[in-house]
Design a protein around this ligand. Sequence first.
Ligand code: APR
Ligand code: PHB
Length: 403
Amino acid sequence: MSSVARVQVGIIGAGPAGLLLGRLLGLAGISFVLLERQTRAHVESRIRAGVLEPGSVTLLDAAGVSARLHRESLVHEGFEIAYGEQRLRINLRALTGHAVTVYGQTEITRDLSAQHEAAGSQILYGCEAVTPLDLTGRAARLRYRWQGQADEFVCDYLVGCDGYHGVARASLPAAGVRNIERAYPVSWLGVLADAPPVTPELLYASHPRGFALCSMRSRTRSRYYLEVAATQTLEEWPDERFWDELRARLPASVAAALVTGPAIEKSLTPLRGFVAEPLRHGRLFLAGDAAHIVPPTGAKGLNLAFADVGELAAALIAWFKTGATEGLDAYSPNRLARVWQAQRFAWWLTALTHRLTAAVFDERAQAAEFAYLAGCTHAQQSLAENYLGLSSVGATPPRSTRS
Ligand code: APR
Ligand code: PHB
């Protein structure tokens, strides 16, 4: 083992959260290392989210990685919710003065990686046996194996940006973390196709056969999702069956306009709600999917990850520059209050649009919810503010929240 190197922050995981955190710290002159299990090509090939809240774009601007985003992204001033043949447009701009930005997570990851490469950041891809140690000592340690060589870093702080299946949360003592989880009985079957999007904005379709989402990555690349039973497999969904079922769930005029194409990517994602409490254990912090998973209906996953990183980066920079501890102490309660508001919103939008049960009662309640939303601009404004991540209602930690 070579002489033990020291960095101020050790980051586990080079997905969007880890890459953005490293970028923000690096710009502030904070030394960091990023340890990633997969190859860079593997990380940059993942197809994931595609809708950015205004706050996420602001963070990417601050990280100096948004030039291509502003050239190539689509700005959407609203989106639609269809309930059978009824179509309701939520006018984000009129209701809040803001819009969402459509730009794939894949592209964000590539933009962040390119800036790290240009800056000569210390990112080790292909790391094995990454192990956080001494989380409550005078300094933490990050042990790993890379290119067959075992080594470790001494760090002032560690951040687990290693996703739901990562090692950071798993390394905490059982008494140190509470994993609060809800499994939904459905999955999202996603298809990416080089075909023009069927609608100019996103369309969330609620139908007796199940939910469907019409999204996009550009004016020539579409992203579609179908709600399917959690027991379904990809083999049961050849392209033709996917397109037929999508047409069956869309308003007739939209289905008639659908342009299909060969699926260049197909995926199944179980809907899950998960929160780890607290988000700090001594010198280790959790951020992004390592800390929480929300049902994708509200397009919150990536935006919550970026909001975690923005708050944690500011707190770490303040500590290293001034010794102030308030930001680090407030990170967990602050983020948990926000995360639970996002869980509530994603759960509400999922219940409004999906067929989670066959109960007639639930179907009638859903129809009543949609009718209320369609008839009440206040309800639409509440939806718009939550979709954009602008609402601060309930986002102040209650005094009883454990840090
Ligand atoms: N050691 C090192 N790296 C690891 C380990 C480990 N033991 N376990 C996981 N990783 C890496 C993964 O390979 C991945 O690149 O951590 C990274 C975690 O990235 P994400 O799962 O993308 O999580 P995050 O950065 O928080 O981004 C959240 O990604 O999955 C989407 O829907 C999610 O949009 C959300 C966003
Ligand atoms: C996507 O384009 O991948 C997407 C869009 C909106 C969502 C979820 C996923 O709510």
